[in-house]
Write a protein that binds this ligand. Structure first.
Ligand SMILES: Cc1cc2nc3c(=O)[nH]c(=O)nc-3n(C[C@H](O)[C@H](O)[C@H](O)COP(=O)(O)OP(=O)(O)OC[C@H]3O[C@@H](n4cnc5c(N)ncnc54)[C@H](O)[C@@H]3O)c2cc1C
Length: 273
């Protein structure tokens, strides 16, 4: 029998928090020295010894640093936010299918759309596209300017950066989908990749499929093992999001009966988005 431990990284490695800063209200980036050898859009499991283990997208994994951008929402993230520089956590991974990035993307026009903390893995994605020669646009959505993240990095990296907030306190007053539709009128777009609230991603998937533009979405489901054993993260059509996903093609996502409608909690209970 093959030893799966040699094929996928199933054991956490210890990492000390090297640095951290606030991105926005209750959203913090944690920096660790090292690498998980990840591709953009993949995730890792963060272990708080004796407490819990939770999945997070990898916001950066290059130049000898791993960055995770984390929103404080409940017990595990509250505990993590009480940690100090130098405190150790465990990370295992990287896991899952990330965003498609080709080796040569010269003259390709790629649009990334992030909502809330979903913006976190998109900057890494954009950098890899840019290195492959693509033009990158980043559309960032947030409730208001206090919740906006990764805007400066996006501009500093030379991405065309467009912002939407619900109240108009930064960028346009409206949704990322409005900016995307507007951009589609002006530019020929080759690929749209999105991560954020599922209802936003569903609308983006529908717009792209209707217009025949390639699109990928990143689907978050409750995850426990992260590598396809526990079955916790299956969609209603039976696909394990930790392996098939989290990034899937828009057409595929639109076929999942639960996409943009509901997800399941730790005991399998239905929760509407
Ligand atoms: C592939 C993937 C990537 C993610 N990337 C990020 C990220 O970059 N930044 C970030 O802030 N959050 C991310 N999340 C969500 C993050 O895992 C949850 O916010 C976290 O687990 C909350 O734990 P908690 O104990 O603080 O709060 P809880 O009270 O346990 O949960 C708060 C919310 O998070 C959801 N959640 C809780 N545990 C899990 C779990 N094990 N798997 C999936 N959802 C869960 C719950 O359904 C609930 O809606 C990601 C989730 C997945 C599946």
């Amino acid at each position: 029998m093959k030893n799966i431990h040699h094929q996928i990284n199933t054991e956490p490695q210890a990492f000390a928090i090297h640095n951290m800063w606030e991105e926005a209200k209750n959203i913090r980036t944690f920096v660790f020295k090292g690498t998980l050898n990840s591709a953009p859009g993949q995730f890792c499991m963060l272990w708080l010894p004796g407490f819990d283990e939770k999945p997070f997208s990898i916001a950066r994994d290059y130049d000898g640093e791993i960055w995770l951008t984390i929103c404080k929402v409940g017990p595990a993230t509250e505990k993590l936010f009480a940690f100090q520089k130098g405190d150790k956590i465990g990370l295992r991974g990287s896991y899952g299918h990330g965003f498609t990035v080709k080796k040569n993307e010269i003259s390709k026009n790629i649009v990334l759309v992030g909502g809330g903390y979903g913006t976190a893995p998109l900057h890494f994605t954009g950098k890899v596209h840019q290195d492959a020669g693509a033009k990158v646009s980043m559309i960032i959505g947030a409730r208001n300017k206090d919740f906006l993240i990764w805007e400066k990095e996006s501009k500093d990296s030379g991405f065309q950066t467009l912002v939407a907030t619900d109240d108009g306190s930064a960028g346009i007053k409206g949704y990322t989908t409005h900016i995307l539709e507007n951009l589609m009128e002006k530019e020929k777009i080759d690929l749209v990749q999105t991560c954020g609230p599922e209802i936003m991603m569903k609308i983006i998937a529908q717009i792209c499929v209707k217009k025949g533009i390639a699109c990928e979405v990143s689907i978050e489901r409750y995850m426990k093992c992260g590598f396809g054993v526990c079955g916790q993260c299956v969609t209603e059509s039976g696909e394990k999001m930790c392996q098939t996903g989290p990034v899937v093609r828009a057409e595929k996502a639109l076929d999942y009966p639960d996409f943009g409608v509901f997800h399941r909690g730790p005991e399998g209970q239905k929760k509407n988005w």
